[in-house]
Design a protein around this ligand. Structure first.
Ligand code: TYD
Length: 130
């Protein structure tokens, strides 16, 4: 897990940030999705992905990302659209504390595959010990 600082093109007309395959992003992008209209108090995620790498960006608003590597848990608040969190495979992650109108953009290294998910935390912990 690490924070990725994305390029920021400051402009009096409004700022611009970008990311490109294999440049700011340490993998080839296969998919993007975004989470929005999250009701207050709701939580998303709460799973690990066996082989997918992801970058999570707070495109708008703020939320907290909690990442467990099998041993330790880290919680990071995201509230800048030029900061991303890189989540490696086999890391449990949940997203909560969404502010009103926040948008979480996720960049992923794989096409969607339900078989890549681990949705049981105890199973995740036991697999990290293998
Ligand atoms: P999921 O990743 O399980 O979200 P969360 O862990 O926050 O509950 O996705 C929710 C649903 O959306 C699930 O039925 C699978 C579907 N989905 C896709 O079809 N494609 C995608 O790229 C993603 C991320 C989810």
């Amino acid at each position: 897990m690490r924070i990725i600082d994305l390029p920021k093109i400051l402009d009096p007309r409004g700022n611009l940030t970008f990311l490109q395959n294999n440049a700011q992003i340490p993998f080839e992008i296969k998919r993007t999705y975004w989470i929005y209209d999250v009701p207050g108090g709701e939580e998303r995620g709460s799973h690990a992905l066996k082989s997918t790498e992801e970058i999570i960006i707070a495109l708008s608003g703020s939320f907290d990302v909690t990442i467990h590597d099998g041993k330790k848990e880290h919680c990071i608040s995201l509230n800048r659209s030029y900061k991303g969190i890189y989540v490696p495979p086999m890391h449990w992650r949940k997203i909560n504390n969404f502010s009103t109108n926040s948008v979480a953009l996720v960049i992923a290294s794989t096409f969607f595959d339900n078989n890549d998910y681990l949705r049981d935390f105890d199973e995740f912990i036991s697999q990290t010990k293998v």
